[in-house]
Design a protein around this ligand. Structure first.
Ligand code: 9UX
Length: 97
C-alpha cells in the first residue's frame, strides 16, 4: 500500500525510513519516495500490519499518515505513463542538506 510520510527532507531520510521498514518482520518490499512524501510497502498481512510499520517509521523519527494510506495499484508500464505525461520518469534528484 502507499503510505504518506511527513518529515523527509533529504535523501538520507529516504534510506533511514527504508532501513526501518525493512527491519519489520513480514515486510516484503519497500520503496520510499521523497518527491511524493510517501512509501509503497508490500507486506505479509499474516505476519505484520500497517500499525506495526507505522510504529517503526515513527520510532525512526518521521511522521507516517496511515489515515491517508491507500491501496497501491501497480501499473503495467510506467514508461507509457511518462510518455503520456501522466507521470514523471526516474528518481528524484537528491537534494543537498
Ligand atoms: Mo533526514 Mo538529513 O531525517 O539530516 S534531513 S537524514
Amino acid at each position: 500500500m502507499r503510505l504518506p510520510i511527513e518529515g523527509m527532507t533529504c535523501t538520507s531520510c529516504v534510506s533511514h525510513i527504508t532501513k526501518a521498514v525493512q527491519k519489520v518482520d513480514g515486510v516484503e518490499s519497500v520503496k520510499v519516495d521523497l518527491g511524493s512524501e510517501s512509501a509503497v510497502v508490500g507486506f505479509d498481512a499474516a505476519v505484520t500490519s500497517l500499525t506495526v510499520i507505522v510504529a517503526a517509521i515513527s520510532v525512526a523519527g518521521y511522521e507516517p499518515h496511515p489515515e491517508r494510506a491507500a491501496p497501491f495499484v501497480p501499473v503495467p508500464s510506467q514508461g507509457i505513463l511518462v510518455r503520456l505525461g501522466l507521470r514523471r520518469g526516474g528518481d528524484q534528484p537528491g537534494r543537498d542538506h
